[in-house]
Design a protein around this ligand. Structure first.
Ligand SMILES: Nc1ncnc2c1ncn2[C@@H]1O[C@H](COP(=O)(O)OP(=O)(O)OP(=O)(O)O)[C@@H](O)[C@H]1O
Ligand SMILES: [Mg+2]
Length: 356
């Protein structure tokens, strides 16, 4: 057997292009370690996020390229992931990226998407926090079955830990039976405290569940929170999309980038005849994403398990089935979109309008 040289391996791996970042994995610095033992090779690849949506494709491209080298034996690939923090000046200490989940409309699934995205990212190995900033109707405590912070010290709130993520909700401090009437300054100082007097620890992603609508509250919240980008949740019908368009306009006005659109309640599989039904029409949110020049992040079925899981504090992202896969795909697409933006991939290329 012929010994393979490290340099040959690095050279060969220059042919592997990261499908999101559109550059080769060697010049991106993703090839961290190459060990050669006789004809066998082990490669460590550091992804820009542990929730990389295209890990499998990169793995198969690496294998294909290395197999082409003469005398190659066993190939072992080890993936690690490191999220580079945002370089924005007013970012939260220790927090890599803040992702807000919003919509123009109430009840379309923001909290569901926020909770399950956070859990799916965490299952992929990312360090994740979830801030329920819905001051009027915080639902995260019920959806996760957690009702108080871990601790409150004199100067800091220590978020709860649940299913591997850090969680903080306005609901931890409110009487669940009383409606909340916030006046502007109170709201402002409450949210400020929620962000800045919290020991989040080291996080790759902090997911923020925003309240519904596009009023003053959302505006001041989105201005106060140093957001890397927002995810818009919409259902496919026109009326819902009209409201989502307002949210997009509002967020863009306050310089918050839109990471993409999730289509919720996209379809329903009849439990009796397995027919696929589309109560709100088909493809509306995907078309809207195109119009707004943002990524379509994926679709979620209308599934009773989403509602029962939400009510019981057992979110579907924790399951091992197709429903959990749908949430995982969305979470990975969000993580991938953040990486492409950080690497300055031109929008037209990232959205696949032109070839690289
Ligand atoms: N895909 C789905 N299938 C079934 N039920 C769903 C789905 N998405 C959301 N739901 C249910 O619909 C209700 C509203 O969802 P959710 O609370 O996530 O919406 P929201 O946009 O956060 O609402 P709000 O505007 O009140 O904050 C919840 O009971 C939730 O479990
Ligand atoms: Mg909500």
């Amino acid at each position: 057997m012929v010994d393979v040289k490290k340099e040959e391996i690095f050279e060969a791996l220059k042919a592997v292009i990261d499908p999101e970042l559109k550059r080769d994995i060697v010049s991106l610095g993703m090839v961290k370690e190459v060990d050669v033992s006789g004809a066998d090779v082990s490669v460590q690849i550091e992804l820009t996020t542990p929730a990389c949506p295209l890990k499998e494709q990169i793995a198969s491209d690496v294998r294909r390229v290395l197999k082409g080298l003469p005398g190659m034996g066993q190939i072992q690939i080890r993936f690690t992931g490191r999220v580079a923090a945002t370089e924005e000046k007013n970012s939260l200490p220790g927090v890599g990226h803040v992702v807000a989940v919003g919509s123009g409309k109430g009840g379309v699934g923001k909290s569901t998407v926020a909770v399950n995205t956070a859990l799916a990212l965490s299952r992929d190995g990312a360090r994740v926090g979830l801030l329920d900033a819905d001051v009027y109707g915080p639902n995260v405590p019920t959806m996760l079955g957690v009702h108080e912070p871990e601790r409150v010290t004199e100067s800091k709130i220590v978020p709860a830990r649940k299913h591997g993520i850090r969680v903080l909700s306005m609901g931890f401090f409110l009487n669940p039976d009383q409606p909340v009437i916030w006046r502007g300054p109170m709201l402002h100082s409450a949210v400020k405290q929620f962000l800045y007097d919290v020991e989040w620890g080291e996080l790759d992603y902090l997911i923020v569940d925003l309240p519904p609508g596009t009023g003053d509250v959302q505006l001041s919240l989105s201005q106060m929170i140093p957001v890397s980008g927002a995810v818009i949740v919409a259902t496919p019908q026109n009326v819902a999309l009209e409201d989502a368009a307002k949210a997009v306009t509002m967020l863009r006005k306050v310089n918050i980038e839109i990471l993409g659109v999730v289509e919720n309640m996209s379809y329903f599989i009849c439990p009796h005849c397995s027919e696929r039904v589309e109560p709100f029409g088909h493809g509306g949110a995907e078309a809207a994403a195109k119009e707004w020049c943002v990524r379509f992040l994926g679709r979620l079925p209308m599934d009773p398990a989403v509602r029962t899981g939400g009510d019981a504090g057992e979110p579907p992202a924790l399951r091992d089935d197709e429903l959990a896969d749908a949430f995982r795909t969305i979470a990975r697409n969000i993580a991938g979109e953040i990486s492409t933006r950080q690497h300055g991939v031109p929008r037209s290329i990232a959205l696949g309008k032109t070839s690289p």
